[in-house]
Design a protein. Structure first.
Length: 821
């Protein structure tokens, strides 16, 4: 074991811990089940935090109070990801243009990119309005609980401590070494980052439209614009596409009737970006007698967002709720900054926003912009910057449900203390801080829990029917996005007595389910969390009695077959081993439904010639490849790259009139929602074209049609190529990997997908957990933990978690860092 101590300011030293240590302070680690005992001589002050690193750079942070815990967390996460965190604080503070120039690209939300300038204008608007400061000052439950404030204060101190000890000029990561934008942070920087994370469920859609909205003078005799069904369809498609390409997740919880031994098993499998601020980072946080929780969080959020304690395990899946809504208001013809509500004229408010910008010559200038708002929120003139919402005789305003939500840290801290899934449900309902995700959990009592209890606009089905505009009726039906008639005051969002804020649905309206067999979610609505007990809920929370994605189907059938013992694995029910095997089998639901039909189609092409965008192409070589394919996306799977390209091209086809756009002959049957739609529509010329284009793609990239997935899908880290198994979510693969296609090289990089994967099994003793952080702990290419877990993931292996004192102290790579006060 290695022992490190950091003294006041920047002094650091290393020494080998021996059985007997001479000096002023003696550290004695007592190997008990779940606690750490730290003893000091009378002359020594207690440590702020002790960080014990085990294999793969996983920190086990122990402190006597929440401030110390936050300090240890801030120090450790900065050590691994200082440059990315510093970059994120630029975004949250609206300062990217000042240091990096206005034209660079950034993803301040879930996945969509915008310019540094637009991002800065958007977040400076919030900063100037002191939105976050106002929320911090509110008493709990609306504002942060005292323990959360301690953690945040400690986090900023720990981050700054690491920066001071290292020095900007000595940062090991070349991405920010010596850069003037790497600076100490304050508590408010941390809260702004948390708030930016909370609101990102709407940021992608409205940021560009809000900062670019300009009033226009419209002639009084201009005809009223007609709602365009095409616009509504484009908005709905953009939301669906962004959800698909941005962030997703799977979760399965098996209770006492769904396990082969023990009490319960949980699979947590969030699909988050592999690059940028929405990466996850793993830690184990302990305050003896108060808190003992292990898991991962979005980078820079000093809590465990997904993980387990001694009694419960939980995960989140991105939900179908649109956490924002639009209001269309009639504009006064002679002044587009005035509008009508119930026949009375109201004036829009104008907020002047100024952003410092670095010019090409290195000097600094300013860009000023006016942001206009109605009583409902800021005016937007587009969705995702590309779908216009003209500010003509009407204007559209945005209301964000999470704008005044800084409660998420309260929620995660209290979940970390929960003793069973009933307490998790109570925390969700009481704190009301979860943004844009579902919660799935299991516990030591044998319960499996699903809950879509989050921040949701108060739009009942009755309100939607009465108040949606013609455009809104389409977007609400397709994606749950309301566009309400803002010209009527009665169309404002409603209120519930059990909601912490006006305008939000109360938790009593939200769906949840506790069972003893299983619950699951794969980013569809709550409806089929378990097909044996369908849930109902307001439409704003998602659709019901409609086709589920093939990934949702795969999640359900994987659980059903495991419980029945018909999936080829031994026994019936889940344990930790079989849950891990179910995920890393990389089975494709689409392959199960369509591979045989695809082979028959391939063999049916006259002369082996299929159409492709350049004419005709011989595809006869592809037929035996797919016929012999095992239908999986394991590393050694031959045929998977071809099938993935085929389905990518299918995804570009517009299938009008289907309940779920897709290439199926047999449509959706609500009486058989897990197995329909099905049968590939091999009689469609556009499906033939998709197949021909897929074959052409591989040949143009120099990839043999029968190449194993490991030859066609990979990442490269520090010059080393690392094959990556898994497949796209649209293929019905649980282990989602969304690669970037290079026409000359195949799939040489991963955009997003499986990130922090955990399987936690509760038996009679300590929880047994295995995890893997697919892209590893550190973004610093000089770190030993830059790609170590990526190689582990590539090999289909897991990290056996060290949770108890005995397990931690037995680590052959144990290294201890002590942060003195």
């Amino acid at each position: 074991m290695r022992y490190h101590a950091t003294m006041a300011h920047t002094r650091r030293f290393r020494t080998r811990l021996r059985a007997s240590v001479a000096g002023a302070a003696v550290l004695a680690v007592a190997a008990t089940a779940t606690t750490v005992a730290v003893q000091y001589t009378a002359e020594a002050a207690p440590a702020a935090a002790t960080i014990r690193y085990t294999e793969f750079g996983i920190p086990h942070i122990t402190a006597s109070d929440f401030a110390g815990l936050g300090e240890g967390y801030g120090y450790a996460v900065a050590k691994d990801n200082l440059c990315l965190l510093a970059d994120t604080y630029l975004t949250a503070n609206g300062e990217r243009s000042r240091f990096l120039g206005p034209d660079g690209q950034v993803s301040p939300g879930q996945s969509a990119t915008t310019t540094n300038l637009n991002s800065d204008l958007y977040f400076t608007r919030l900063k100037d309005a002191k939105i976050v400061e106002g929320l911090v000052d509110l008493p709990a439950p609306q504002g942060p609980e005292p323990e959360v404030k301690e953690v945040v204060r400690g986090y900023a101190k720990g981050y700054n401590r690491y920066l001071a000890e290292t020095g900007v000029g000595n940062i090991s990561d070349p991405a920010c070494r010596g850069k003037d934008w790497v600076r100490p942070i304050s508590d408010i920087d941390v809260y702004r980052h948390v708030h930016m994370t909370v609101i990102m469920g709407s940021t992608d859609y409205v940021l560009d439209g809000v900062v670019g909205a300009k009033p226009a003078v419209v002639p009084a005799n201009a005809p009223a614009p007609k709602p365009a069904k095409d616009t509504a369809s484009r908005i709905a498609s953009a939301i669906q596409s962004n959800r698909h390409e941005g962030m997703g997740s799977n979760g399965i919880a098996a209770g006492s009737q769904g396990v082969s031994g023990g009490k319960s098993v949980l699979l947590g499998n969030p699909h988050f970006p592999w690059h940028g601020k929405n990466r996850m980072w793993q830690s184990h946080l302990t305050i003896p007698g108060k808190l003992n929780v292990s898991g991962a969080s979005l980078l820079g959020l000093p809590a465990v967002n997904i993980g387990h304690n001694d009694d419960v395990a939980w995960t989140h899946t991105v939900a179908t709720v649109a956490p924002f809504g639009l209001f269309e208001v009639p504009v006064v013809p002679w002044d587009p900054t005035k509008y009508l509500v119930d026949g009375k004229v109201e004036s829009m408010t104008a907020q002047q926003v100024s952003v410092d910008v670095r010019n090409a010559d290195g000097s600094t200038g300013k860009v000023e912009r006016t942001i206009w708002s109605t009583r409902y929120g800021p005016v937007t003139t587009s969705i995702m910057g590309t779908i216009p919402l003209p500010w003509a005789l009407t204007a559209h305003s945005v209301r964000e449900a999470n704008l005044t939500n800084l409660r998420g840290m309260n929620t995660w801290l209290n979940i970390a203390k929960a003793r069973d899934t009933g307490e998790i449900k109570d925390v969700l309902r009481r704190t009301q801080g979860i943004p844009w995700v579902n919660t799935i959990a299991s516990d030591r009592k044998g319960n499996a829990f699903y809950g879509d209890i989050q921040v949701v606009p108060h739009i009942t089905d009755e309100k939607a029917n009465a108040c949606n505009t013609l455009l809104g009726k389409v977007t609400f039906s397709l994606q749950g996005l309301s566009i309400l008639d803002g010209g009527r005051g009665a169309c404002q969002w409603g209120n519930d007595p059990d909601a912490l804020e006006p305008g939000l649905l109360g938790p009593s309206r939200m769906p949840s389910l506790t069972r003893k067999d299983f619950v699951t979610n794969a980013n569809d609505s709550a409806w089929l969390a378990n097909p044996a007990e369908p849930l109902s809920h307001p439409r704003v929370m998602g659709d019901m009695n409609t086709a589920r994605s093939t990934r949702t189907q795969q999640s359900i059938v994987a659980a059903q077959r495991r419980l029945a013992g018909v999936d080829g694995l031994p026994g019936k029910g889940f344990d930790g081993d079989t849950m891990r095997e179910v995920l890393f089998r990389d089975d494709s639901r689409n392959a199960e439904l369509a591979r045989t039909d695809t082979v028959a189609m391939c063999k049916g092409f006259l002369g082996g010639l299929a159409p492709f965008s350049g004419g005709l192409i011989n595809v006869s070589e592809a037929c035996p490849v797919l016929e012999n394919w095992d239908g999986s996306f394991r590393a050694d799977s031959r045929g998977s790259v071809l099938f993935q390209r085929f389905w990518t091209h299918i995804g570009l086809i517009k299938f009008a009139g289907a309940s779920l756009p897709g290439p199926w002959k047999d449509g959706f049957d609500p009486k058989d929602p897990v197995n329909t739609p099905r049968k590939l529509a091999t009689d469609r010329p556009d499906v033939w074209l998709a197949f021909g284009n897929a074959v052409n793609d591989l040949r143009a990239a120099g990839i043999p049609l029968a190449a194993p997935l490991s030859d066609g899908q990979s990442v490269t880290r520090n010059g080393k190529r690392i094959p990556i198994h898994g497949g796209q979510g649209q293929l019905g693969v649980l282990n989602v990997i969304t690669p970037l296609w290079d026409p000359k090289a195949g799939y040489p990089e991963i955009r997003h997908g499986s990130s922090f994967i955990q399987v936690t099994h509760f038996g009679d003793g300590a929880p047994s957990a295995h995890s893997v952080l697919t892209y590893s702990q550190s973004t610093d290419p000089t770190s030993p933990h830059y790609a170590d877990q990526t190689e582990l993931f590539s090999a289909g292996k897991w990290v056996p978690e060290r949770f108890t004192e005995e397990q931690i102290n037995a680590s052959p790579e144990l290294t201890v860092v002590t942060l003195s006060r």
